[in-house]
Design a protein around this ligand. Structure first.
Ligand code: PHE
Length: 497
């Protein structure tokens, strides 16, 4: 059988409007043309865009039958189907169930209520038919609804409850001529082709205007992960403030640089394997600066530089244990030690943003690895006031200008402060970082001159990123569950939301 040639919908519609002036219902017009409503709709949209036709939306909610109900229209209601299969001598429930399947249980209820069926005395299993003819009310109601008739509220409620009908919104259009109406649309050329040039008709034909407002295809390029985007913004803040980057490309660190050099005692709970990932191979570091190590040992055991020390037996094996660094402060410590070896002393501002690892239970705000942002300034005569001032500069560049400080404790800083910022979106104070002035018993053994202080602070990269991007589960930001479409569709990050 040959396919019917599809009609030129646009030409038909325009000539119809030209002679009749209107199309009151696009649905019936589409069926009179023998095309789908969707096909007509596309033509209407294109013609309306050029104001050749004017279309008015008509919406109506109608009740449509569910698949189950359609089955009842075809085969009768469950109760009617049940009555129809019961033979004159009756039948057992099992036999009927076998014949009817899921319809059996539904049919039993209504058929019993209508007294269409009964049971043999003393045998609840034998179903008997009590009537010869029945009127299939349900099937008739459904048929009426299907053909577009209305029904009483009670019937509708009942059918709705039985999940036999559902509401469907349909949209169609009423059409008339638009202000730019033409009986035949001129086809505008979009390109100058070889043909146009050869025949010379390009001189006469009309070309379609360029649409400079068109969005264009999304570009198939890589997109920057939000963490990297925020990282770069923060990096720029540090650079503008005169900081230079520390080399953080070593995830594996010795306990010595991660803890001991930071005056963190060897029994400290953070040095437990419940909190820190230790390496199995190589389990211990080979190289440690011997002179400095002796001084660190001395300070832990019996103090010095104004400190009483911790008064315990410091063990080299403990300091040699390799681990995944738990903070980038390990790198800061290495850098300060290096700086202390350079004579004469020159003040420095250092920053880093890189990954750290902690043995944490993973949940919606914690992963076993995250990124730490760290900044430090090393100079003569720095005070807590300098630290507060630098933090205010730094955080206000990030859009957090309302800060509060709370006294805190770190083994390596004194005084120490937690940093809180008022979050306008969340309408509360949120903790954004930790800070302090490195202790003299950490700095002096390194060889830094008397009177040199170090102010420092650290924060996670994930927290501000989650706030800026409105992400509330860290697994949507980092790791295998990140949705690439989210990354593609994110707006360019602006700090200070
Ligand atoms: N190391 C701290 C942390 O992991 C951050 C910090 C850095 C605190 C520098 C004070 C000084 O939370």
């Amino acid at each position: 059988m040959a396919d019917k040639p599809s009609p030129d919908v646009e030409a038909c519609l325009l000539s119809h409007l030209n002679s009749r002036g209107e199309v009151p219902d696009s649905r019936s017009y589409a069926s009179s043309l023998g095309v789908s409503h969707k096909e007509l709709e596309d033509v209407i949209k294109s013609l309306s865009a050029f104001r050749i036709v004017e279309s008015t939306d008509v919406t109506k909610e109608t009740w449509v039958l569910t698949e189950e109900a359609k089955g009842y229209v075809a085969n009768g209601s469950p109760e009617a189907q049940l009555v129809a299969v019961i033979p004159p001598e009756g039948a057992s429930k099992d036999v009927l169930k076998e014949k009817l399947g899921s319809v059996f249980d539904i049919g039993m209820k209504t058929a019993a209520k209508n007294k269409w069926i009964g049971f043999e005395k003393g045998n609840k299993d034998l179903v008997l038919r009590k009537v010869d003819n029945i009127k299939d009310e349900l099937q008739e109601q459904l048929k009426r609804l299907e053909s577009g008739e209305s029904a009483s509220d009670k019937v509708i409620d009942d059918l709705k409850r039985r999940k036999l009908i559902m509401k469907e919104k349909s949209i169609w259009y009423a059409l008339k001529k638009g202000p730019q109406f033409v009986a035949k649309r001129k086809k505008l050329a979009t390109d100058v082709t070889q043909e146009h040039l050869r025949s010379g008709d390009w001189k006469e034909i009309e070309f379609k205007d360029y649409n400079f407002g068109a969005q264009g295809q999304p570009i198939a390029v890589g997109y920057v992960q939000p963490l990297l985007e925020v990282r770069e913004a923060i990096e720029n803040i540090f650079l503008q403030m005169g900081f230079s980057e520390m080399p953080t490309n070593n995830f594996v660190e010795s306990s010595f640089w991660n803890f001991d050099a930071l005056f963190q005692p060897q029994q400290h709970p953070a040095r437990d394997s419940h909190d820190t990932f230790f390496l199995e191979a190589p389990a211990a570091t080979k190289q440690l600066p011997e002179d400095y190590l002796e001084k660190v040992k001395e300070v832990h055991q019996s103090g010095g530089y104004g400190s009483k020390g911790y008064g315990y037996d410091w063990k080299r094996e403990e300091a040699e244990k390799n681990l995944l660094r738990t903070h980038t402060t390990a790198v800061s410590t290495r850098m300060l030690y290096k700086l202390a070896q350079e004579k004469p002393f020159a003040p420095k501002r250092y920053y880093s943003i890189d990954r750290v690892f902690r043995n944490e239970a993973v949940d919606r705000t914690h992963l076993a690895e995250f990124h730490q942002i760290e900044g430090l300034i090393c100079d003569y005569g720095l005070t807590l006031g300098d630290l507060i001032g630098v933090l205010e500069d730094f955080f206000s560049s990030l859009g957090m200008s309302k800060l509060r400080f709370k006294p805190a404790y770190n083994p390596y800083t004194e005084p120490s402060m937690e940093i809180f910022s008022y979050h306008d979106g969340l309408k509360k104070w949120v903790e954004v970082g930790n800070s302090g002035m490195f202790r003299p018993e950490m700095l002096l053994p390194m060889g830094l001159p008397e009177g040199v202080n170090v102010i420092a602070w650290g924060l996670s990269l994930e927290r501000p990123t989650m706030i800026l991007y409105g992400i509330d589960n860290i697994r949507d930001l980092f790791g295998p569950k990140v949705d690439f479409n989210l990354i593609k569709s994110n707006p360019l990050c602006r700090l200070g939301l």
